[in-house]
Ligand binder design. Structure first.
Ligand code: THU
Length: 136
């Protein structure tokens, strides 16, 4: 859904706060994410890195995992807000795009922000056109 300015600012503030919990001793790049489910609940995630680098998990996927644990179903992801210390508003990595797509509502908005408070929003089709789909 398209977030109001107030909703976006509240989710951005929550994402900024949870970003401070990131476990990022290897990259030192902290990321925070807030996701809104269609039930109206907000779930948070930060990136959690590992000494075995490939095991690291992004903030967006951790927030989605929290939402799934809270009962979110495929199609129930109304909005994503992610924040990182980037010159331009951060945009989700490719792996996170595919995971967002798995849960995104048709009108899901994905908003990236930087620490200066600049934001940019996309649709999942804009971020990941012609993505993998199958009926399994
Ligand atoms: N990272 C995220 O959490 N989200 C993104 O969209 C991009 C990258 C994390 C992964 C890793 O812990 C660190 O940022 C540097 O890539």
């Amino acid at each position: 859904m398209k977030l109001s300015a107030e909703q976006r600012d509240a989710m951005l503030a929550a994402a900024m706060l949870v970003r401070s919990q990131a476990h990022a001793p290897y990259s030192r790049f902290r990321v925070g994410a807030a996701v809104l489910s269609s039930s109206g609940r907000v779930f948070l995630g930060c990136n959690v890195e590992n000494l075995s680098y490939g095991l690291s998990c992004c903030a967006e996927r951790n927030a989605i995992a929290a939402a799934v644990a809270g009962g979110m179903q495929p199609g129930g992801l109304a909005a994503v807000v992610v924040v990182g210390d980037t010159p331009e508003p951060i945009s989700p990595c490719g792996a996170c795009r595919q995971v967002i797509a798995e849960f995104a509502a048709a009108d899901c908005s994905i908003t990236g922000a930087n620490l200066a408070g600049q934001t940019r929003s996309w649709t999942i089709d804009g971020l990941l056109p012609d993505r993998f789909k199958a009926e399994l």
